[in-house]
Design a protein around this ligand. Structure first.
Ligand SMILES: Cc1cc2nc3c(=O)[nH]c(=O)nc-3n(C[C@H](O)[C@H](O)[C@H](O)COP(=O)(O)OP(=O)(O)OC[C@H]3O[C@@H](n4cnc5c(N)ncnc54)[C@H](O)[C@@H]3O)c2cc1C
Length: 431
């Protein structure tokens, strides 16, 4: 084969990239392409900023190997065919994905490639185990995590793909501009494969061994913070799993990666996951004022407000805080999970359909939770996972001067002291 196009999507890396590797092995020349699709909109300045940095990093790495990243704007199928015509490509490689959007994109690509006699290859690469590869005995998809985890653990993984040393690329008339960087949260992590690989290596060395014990400690901040790098494929989930599994803490960490794969296969089977209840849920009630207070981190419940303010400040929130804030919105305030999902989606650098919606539905009791009626008490959560109040102090400066006896229940302070704080009273009474 003479020339192949590799369409980068959520696999913005050179290491362990099956689409790039297969094109490189089979074609004499390779054209790396990323299409900015306006149909996806700009739902999140944080993700737009992270994406822009990731593309810049990918372009630099490709240039170092003698190629480039071609950038186009428009409908991906039309742009792929346009570029294929220009460079006389006879093959296209792209990582397979599961969301509504990705499925529609794949169908259009399949149609257009067939019409233009271009060979289209879908590769794995976005998960450790591809969605659909593991099936329960009765068929369909796994609805419950524990049996999925057992199957995931026993599954054979594909082999890791090497990085091409040099990539021959034909000349392209216009390589295109990188998208402009948007201003996002002040504490947003830097995007890109270089930053993601560096983070993984340093986190593994310092914190992986204690992951099982410390991952729920809110102030400890001991989780990998790899989620946005995984979301954009700046790091390979398979490479991270292989790099962690046999070390102390690796099994617990891989269990979290398996959650990511789990929601991928749920989404493949139920593409409406971000819109419709996976299973029937309660009637929600509308309360604009409470929803706004929740979004702004002004609920008067310190642990909830700390989580929401971390999200606004960093485009990231600790997993335990995501659970507590989501449970508070849906269970304590009775507000529809879709409002919470939309707010997370507007700020999370790691925000994606499968993991955001899968987790929101899990907490709201409409998803894959085996105990759908379980309600988290924010105060008990605060006492277990932020005993000293350090997490609250970090993100809720009005309360920074309080000692541990009051930090999670400032409404119990004497009135004169409470007023001086300038912090709202609790939106609801906690049982
Ligand atoms: C309401 C709610 C919404 C969420 N929305 C998202 C989202 O949009 N995108 C997202 O990547 N994660 C989401 N999560 C899952 C989880 O909170 C984050 O993946 C995690 O906090 C990221 O931090 P980390 O990289 O330090 O995780 P680590 O603890 O280091 O875990 C390693 C990786 O495993 C995966 N992972 C960990 N926990 C989960 C989980 N519960 N579900 C799926 N994958 C997981 C992530 O890719 C993560 O980077 C959500 C959780 C909740 C409760």
């Amino acid at each position: 084969m003479d020339t192949a196009i590799v369409v980068f999507t959520r696999d913005l890396r050179l290491h362990d990239n099956p689409a790039l590797h297969q094109a490189y092995v089979r074609a004499r020349q390779v054209v790396p392409l990323f299409v900015v699709d306006p149909a996806l909109g700009t739902r999140s300045a944080n993700r737009a900023g992270f994406l822009a940095e990731s593309l810049a990093d990918l372009r630099t790495s490709l240039r170092e190997r003698g190629a480039d990243l071609v950038l186009r704007r428009g409908d991906p199928a039309a742009e792929v065919i346009g570029l294929a015509t220009e460079v006389h490509a006879t093959a296209v490689y792209i990582a397979d994905d599961v969301s509504h959007y990705a499925t529609a994109r794949r169908h259009r690509l399949e149609r257009e490639c067939a019409r233009h006699r271009i060979e289209l290859t879908l590769t794995p690469g976005l998960t450790v185990v591809p969605p659909g590869e593991l099936r329960p005995a009765g068929g369909g998809h796994y609805r419950v995590f524990t049996p999925y985890w057992r199957a995931w653990r026993a599954a054979a993984w594909r082999s890791h793909c090497p990085v091409p040393a040099a990539i021959a690329m034909p000349s392209v008339e216009k390589t295109g501009h990188l998208p402009a960087k948007e201003t996002g949260s002040p504490g947003l992590a830097p995007g890109g494969e270089t930053a993601g690989r560096r983070r993984f290596v340093s986190w593994r060395q310092r914190l992986l061994a204690g992951y099982g014990e410390n991952h729920d400690d809110l102030a400890g901040d001991a989780t990998s913070r790899l989620s946005a790098y995984l979301r954009f494929g700046c790091v390979s989930p398979l490479e991270v799993a292989i790099g962690a599994l046999d070390r102390p803490g690796g099994e617990e960490f891989c269990r979290q990666l398996a959650w990511r794969d789990f929601f991928g296969q749920v989404t493949a089977a139920f593409p409406d996951i971000a819109r419709k209840n996976y299973r029937p849920g309660p009637a929600w009630h509308e309360d604009r004022r409470a929803l706004d207070a929740w979004r702004e981190g002004q609920t008067g419940i310190p642990i909830v407000d700390a989580g929401l303010r971390q999200l606004a400040a960093e485009g990231f929130m600790h997993n335990r805080a995501r659970m507590v804030t989501a449970s508070f919105l849906t269970r304590n305030l009775g507000i529809d999970w879709r409002h919470g999902l939309a707010h997370f989606d507007s700020l999370l650098a790691d925000g994606d359909v499968a993991n955001n919606a899968g987790n929101w539905q899990w907490v709201a009791g409409t998803g894959n939770n085996t105990r759908p009626n379980r309600v988290m008490n924010p105060l008990r959560q605060a006492q277990r996972f932020d005993r000293s109040g350090e997490y609250v102090r970090r993100y809720v400066p009005e309360l920074a001067g309080l000692d541990p006896a009051w930090i999670h229940t400032p409404w119990q302070l004497p009135p004169a002291q409470r007023v001086r704080l300038g912090y709202p009273g609790p939106l609801v009474e906690l049982a």
